[in-house]
Write a new protein. Structure first.
Length: 121
């Protein structure tokens, strides 16, 4: 979807747009589970702990970038796809995702104008 020259069937876009909030919520839960696994692993060296922290930040940035890229790509599609994207349940889950992984400002910039749906970097 990052490449707009690739055509994707409309029903697939509807499905992704409708499910993006649940996808983001599930990704966040996996992120938390990974963080808990890293915390519970017995580390003896400070370098390993620092590397785990860096990995956690990298994971959060990758999730943030991925979900926002999908959101932006869907916003450039058909108005009906945009309408599916901003359904209340999905939008609420996306808000929680961006407020936990990113920041509230990030989501505000993302959703302040749903007709253009620009994502703040």
């Amino acid at each position: 979807m990052a490449n707009d020259s690739v055509d994707c069937p409309q029903h697939v876009l509807f499905s992704i747009a409708t499910s993006l909030g649940r996808l983001a919520d599930t990704a966040y839960r996996f992120y938390l589970a990974g963080r808990e696994i890293r915390k519970s692993a017995p580390f003896e060296e400070d370098d390993i702990v620092q590397t785990a922290g860096e990995q956690q930040n990298d994971d959060a940035q990758a999730l943030l970038h991925g979900v926002s890229a999908i959101f932006s790509a869907l916003c450039s599609k058909d108005p009906m796809v945009k309408r599916c994207l901003v359904e209340t349940e999905s939008l609420t889950l996306l808000y929680h995702f961006f407020s936990k992984i990113g920041s509230g400002f990030y989501f505000y910039k993302l959703s302040e104008n749903t007709t253009h749906c620009r994502v703040a970097a």
